[in-house]
Design a protein around this ligand. Structure first.
Ligand code: SF4
Length: 616
């Protein structure tokens, strides 16, 4: 088989230059692709201590080696950078067609460096890349921007862009493609800081595989496995629009800024209730699930609201934090987030934070532009989404994220800021799903559910072993989930499809057929790559000054008992965080301070990192 390591496009916005590079075989062998390439290039090229919103930060966009071909659910794409929200490594994944189109244009990686003097966009084709004036679309929302680019460059164009939130440097602005978002960690903010409005790709299908015949055969096997899989059928039917039926049932649906584990009016926000407003579905390139369920509001104050969602996290973000039971308001807020280019999880988290401060008297009506932030009241929530995106009034403070907003308010507001490393928590209560909580604690990007999803706690998954969801003795399972996710994200495999029965058998073989590297068929080899990636991301953070001190849940989870209302878990707190970290670090081969040891770095082939690690 011919070796196919992929190509990289380097865009220097300061100098107005673009250049193509071939990715070296050594990088392909050690990091395979996707998120592996992301951290490898970021670690090597980003000097420590740079301003995430300064000219020296770099933004890396990636597809995976499997993207744009017949295999299913492997054409998503990803962004890696230094996060302006957390200061740590950032990884944010997205769907739709953009990842496949990047492959059709001939690339697996775009590295954006520098800063343009005025708003620009990139237009990429298989024949080259131009840096073009974006004056006409600066200020437009993400739908308008994509329509303008389609009009100008034709229907074979797919775009990733920012909306006003990214332009206004909201710390958790998203990158949007079609109506899918790379939401977390403020990757859209970094694009905004570079005056880069959009990346538009015009291309047609173009296969780039080392062994196309073997790949197609494996893809057929994958399709046969998936179509008979029950988890796939259920995901196709519901997407994640009914996940709250499970999480609320077991008392881990966070309500009132993570003080309760069940919604008081839950029967109004069930999957069946959302289904009543469903008007269509959408999906990603080469995936039959089409798990994005489209909803439209027909009547009432939100009549006409229409969103290609909300999916579970967004359903929660616009109901749980303020205990609203308005499905219609959640659809309207989701639509606004997509239009403005905002991460729905951090937006909902910041709004829940503001409601609690209002309840406690730390924010008054005079601070909130006259809005009454009382629980259950959803109109102020929708108004806040707009204010955050435009940095108007109270929105300017909330646009900084809960960690910074709490520090500037003071007076005890920090106790209401629910984040890990500055990233707002997603929709799983850590006190009732402790392995998920400890994934938040130790994830390199902060509190992210996808980084090592604890399906054992939430769905009773039995691999590598079943867990008691209240136990704090599952460090091995947390590591299994995190490294397993990292290894699959070398190919940017959609996290949902990991449960459809094909990945264990076929993932490595597909990688080998795509790259022409036989070693990738070996599961141990690919698992080791996952561990290497996770450790390199940790080393990136250590180099930026992170250590054990930032590995902590919010104080609320460590000191305040959870109130579940009727579910099991009433009174739970996380009480053994220190012991957990000791065990976790020891299993990882890290020091007591959470620094990868020289022995571990050498064992996993990260010798080049040794010089950067403090001795602690
Ligand atoms: S399962 Fe959903 S998110 Fe994943 S690739 Fe398919 S359509 Fe996209």
């Amino acid at each position: 088989m011919a070796l196919n390591t992929g190509r990289l496009l380097r865009v220097d916005l300061s100098g107005g230059k673009v250049a193509a590079e071939t990715i070296p075989e050594s990088i392909a062998a050690d990091f395979v692709g996707g998120r592996g390439y992301g951290i490898r290039y970021l670690y090597e090229e980003l000097p420590p201590g740079i301003d995430p919103l300064g000219e020296k930060n770099k933004l890396i966009m990636l597809n995976g080696p499997l993207a744009g071909n017949k295999a299913q659910a492997v054409s998503r794409w990803m962004v890696c950078t230094r996060s302006p929200l957390t200061g740590a490594f950032a990884r944010s994944a997205c769907g739709a067609d953009f990842g496949a189109w990047l492959k059709f244009a001939g690339y697996e990686v775009i590295i954006v460096e520098g800063k343009a003097e005025k708003p620009v966009y990139l237009h990429l084709t298989p024949d080259g890349c131009e840096i073009l004036d974006a004056g006409e679309i600066w200020g437009q929302n993400t739908g308008e921007t994509q329509a303008w680019l389609n009009e100008r460059h034709g229907k074979n164009t797919r775009t990733a862009c920012i909306g006003p939130a990214g332009e206004n440097l909201v710390k958790y602005a998203a990158i949007v493609s079609d109506r899918r978002t790379a939401g977390r960690c403020g990757t859209g903010t970094v694009l905004g800081s570079k005056n880069l409005k959009a990346i538009a790709i015009t291309a047609q299908r173009n296969v780039q595989l080392a062994d196309p015949e073997a790949y197609d055969k494996l893809a057929k096997e994958q399709v046969n496995i998936i179509k008979n899989n029950g988890a796939f059928q259920s995901h196709k039917e519901w997407g994640t629009t009914a996940t709250q039926d499970i999480t609320n049932g077991i008392g881990i649906y966070p309500v009132r800024n993570f003080r309760y584990g069940q919604h008081i009016d839950y029967e109004k926000i069930t999957g069946e209730e959302y289904r009543k407003l469903r008007t269509g579905d959408m999906g990603c390139y080469s995936c039959p699930a089409r798990c994005g369920k489209v909803h439209t509001v027909a009547s009432g104050i939100y009549a006409g609201a229409h969103s290609e969602g909300p999916e579970y996290e967004t359903i929660w973000a616009f109901t749980g934090p303020i205990e609203s039971s308005s499905i219609e308001a959640s659809i309207a807020a989701d639509q606004l987030c997509d239009d403005f280019g905002l991460d729905t999880i951090s937006t909902g988290g910041c709004i829940g934070f503001a409601y609690e401060l209002y309840e406690k008297g730390l924010l008054k009506k005079s601070d909130t532009d006259g809005l009454e932030l009382t629980y259950g009241s959803h109109e102020p929530m929708v108004a806040l989404v707009k204010k955050i995106a435009m940095r108007e009034g109270i929105g300017d403070l909330l646009a900084e994220g809960t960690m910074r907003a709490a520090a500037s308010i003071g007076k005890g507001a920090e106790a209401c800021a629910i984040h890990v490393k500055g990233l707002e928590l997603p929709a799983y209560e850590p006190r009732g799903a402790k392995s998920q909580g400890y994934n938040y604690v130790t994830a390199n990007i902060g509190a992210n559910h996808c980084y090592g999803y604890a399906a054992q706690d939430i769905f009773g998954a039995p691999f590598p072993r079943p867990t008691d969801r209240f136990s704090e003795e599952n460090a091995d399972v947390v590591i299994f989930n995190q490294d397993g996710t990292a290894s699959k994200e070398t190919g940017i495999v959609c996290g949902f499809s990991g449960g459809w029965g094909w990945a264990d058998e076929l993932f490595g073989k597909l990688l080998a057929a795509a790259r022409g590297v036989k070693d990738f068929e070996d599961k141990d080899y690919i698992n080791k790559v996952g561990e290497r990636m996770f450790n390199l991301e940790r080393a990136f953070n250590v180099r930026e000054g992170f250590d054990r001190k930032q590995d902590t849940l919010p104080k609320r989870m460590l000191t305040e008992p959870l109130h579940t209302r009727k579910a099991p878990g009433e009174g739970q707190i996380v009480s053994h965080q220190d012991e957990f970290l000791d065990k976790y670090y020891s299993l990882r081969g890290w020091s007591k301070e959470g620094i990868p040891t020289p022995e571990k770095l050498k064992e996993i082939g990260l010798d080049f990192v040794l010089k950067d690690m403090p001795v602690k």
